[in-house]
Design a protein around this ligand. Structure first.
Ligand code: SIN
Ligand code: FE2
Length: 224
């Protein structure tokens, strides 16, 4: 068994985080850039801290009336919001009535570098959805399709506890692959894979050496 076939377990983190950046193709248009965010993880986490001071974590309500188990916030010129009226991108944080915090430079640099690794040059995200998973939190299978720009890819950065990412196809019932993502891994999907279904299995409890008992995910999009 190679380290990447090992699903989860905090005792394996050291082992899995030992290797340098490398690309793993998933399907046409989608790759995992293993360890792609590792050399800027400290700056990313400091920027998340700064964003959440201005736009605190919140558990959004789905249009169906359910409270999401994942806590979220956003930065950039647009933020993703959900409430009883539906899902949408909004330039204003509904909790504060103010614009979302600006996108930190370290976010923009990493998002562009990751997109380039996957063959999508010139990625300029205008929205970053920041997700916080505590043990048990999950994200059910969905497509990212609230963005007006279908040409730009989605860039998704994992920090903290490991998680199992589900990656399917363009139809909900397509078979899904289970991809173990650890601290510093980046997944990019665009082009023919842009509307593939994806989700995250319930987070297993653990403690990451720098991020603690949680997983933080940054998802970059071009929404407008
Ligand atoms: C998302 O689909 O928005 C987040 C995926 C993840 O947390 O890895
Ligand atoms: Fe998504």
């Amino acid at each position: 068994m190679t380290p990447h076939q090992t699903p989860i377990g905090s005792n394996l983190t050291l082992f899995e985080e030992d290797e340098g950046p490398r690309l793993e193709p998933l399907c046409p248009g989608a790759v995992v850039w293993r360890a792609g965010a590792r050399n800027c993880d400290t700056a990313l986490l400091a920027a998340v801290q700064a964003v959440t001071t201005q736009a605190p974590w919140r558990h959004l309500i789905t249009p169906g009336g359910f409270r999401m188990s994942v806590a979220m916030t956003s930065c950039g010129s647009l933020g993703w919001v959900s409430d009883r009226r539906g899902y949408r991108y909004d330039p204003v944080d509904p909790d504060s009535g103010r614009p979302w915090p600006p996108m930190p430079a370290v976010f923009l640099g990493l998002a562009d570098a990751a997109a380039t690794q996957a063959g999508f040059d010139g990625f300029e995200p205008d929205a970053c959805l920041i997700n916080r998973y505590e043990p048990g939190a999950r994200l059910s299978l969905h497509q990212d399709r609230d963005e007006r720009d279908a040409h730009s890819p989605i860039v998704s950065v994992s920090l903290g506890l490991p998680a199992i990412f589900l990656f399917g196809g363009p139809v909900r019932s397509d078979p899904t692959r289970r991809i173990a993502l650890v601290h510093g891994d980046v997944v990019v999907w665009g082009g023919p894979a842009r509307f593939h279904y994806h989700g995250v299995l319930p987070l297993k409890a653990g403690c990451h050496s720098t991020v603690g008992e949680q997983r933080i995910n940054l998802t970059f999009r071009r929404a407008r």
